[in-house]
Design a protein around this ligand. Structure first.
Ligand code: ZN
Length: 285
């Protein structure tokens, strides 16, 4: 029990357990802590109800609890890398169904298929996934570089060389912050709480109080990014998955918006239904 806490009751078994556990975790953390370590991460770690016992876990916990900061940082790091020369946003054509077939057929048609697979290595199959050039074979920057943003990764998945080693950590392929940002980009609805808080619990469309059933929405829907914005420079594109394009709205308003978007897509499809117009995104949900 922390000193000076006014209490008439003896500490519960749980709090005794937590005290002992945290004392051990703090000791372990301090022992493995290098002389240089990001101070905000250390402060965060020591204030957790359950103290992370290693520097690496402390870094992960820090970003997990600062999702929006991770989103901002990952996009800033991507902007520092810029769009790789010769890269354009493409989607894989090789469907997951083909993949399953390939597994069954392995050995037979493997030559052809692996060629397709090679050409499309790292490509997502849906425009709902953020484009990630450095995950694609030809643009990968190799060991010690983050496959999300392309920048060097240092100790504990940190993004800056606080230790002055001059070389990235060759075992790392992600920044701790970029992992968290990626999870946020592909499933922003999991973070509705943070987003609601940021909006002061007001619906971004109506200004009314957000209800429990409020939903996360992409202001500009992702199908339109693919259809109309895909030639934009890559680091800018990521903003459509991050905070600048996210809003929390009440469910009824979201349903109306989705219905309007579906109608708009259907009319675009009808217009495009002439022979030979192959919008790869047509019909993709
Ligand atoms: Zn990164």
């Amino acid at each position: 029990m922390p000193e000076g806490e006014p209490t008439g009751k003896p500490p519960s078994a749980t709090s005794l357990w937590r005290e002992a556990r945290n004392a051990a975790a703090r000791a372990r953390l301090e022992k493995s802590l290098p002389a240089v370590f990001p101070l905000p991460v250390l402060r965060h770690a020591l204030s957790r109800p359950l103290v992370p016992p290693t520097p690496r876990l402390a870094v992960e916990s820090y970003w997990r609890h600062h999702i929006l900061r991770a989103d901002r940082l990952a996009r800033a790091l991507a902007a520092a890398s810029g769009q790789p020369e010769g890269w354009t946003w493409r989607l894989g054509t090789w469907t997951p169904e083909d993949r399953r077939l390939d597994k069954r057929r392995r050995g037979k048609a493997v030559e052809d298929l692996s060629e397709t697979a090679l050409a499309e290595k790292g490509l997502a199959f849906s425009f709902r996934m953020p484009p990630a050039p450095f995950r694609e074979g030809p643009f990968a920057r190799g060991k010690g570089h983050c496959c999300i943003c392309g920048q060097p990764v240092y100790r504990f998945g940190w993004h800056r060389d606080l230790w002055g080693t001059g070389t990235p950590n060759r075992n790392a392929a992600w920044h701790a912050a970029c992992v968290i940002a990626w999870k946020f980009w592909i499933a922003p609805a999991d973070h509705v709480k943070e987003l609601k808080r940021r909006q002061g619990h007001r619906c971004a469309q109506s200004g009314k109080r957000l209800l429990k059933t409020a939903e996360v929405d992409h202001r500009v829907p992702l199908y339109r990014i693919w259809r109309e914005e895909r030639a934009r420079p890559w680091p800018e594109l990521l903003g459509y998955w991050g905070l600048p394009n996210l809003q929390v709205v009440n469910r009824a308003i979201h349903a109306d918006k989705c219905a309007a978007e579906a109608g708009e897509r259907a009319s675009v499809r009808r217009r495009a239904a002439g022979p030979g117009t192959g919008d790869p995104a047509a019909g993709m949900e």
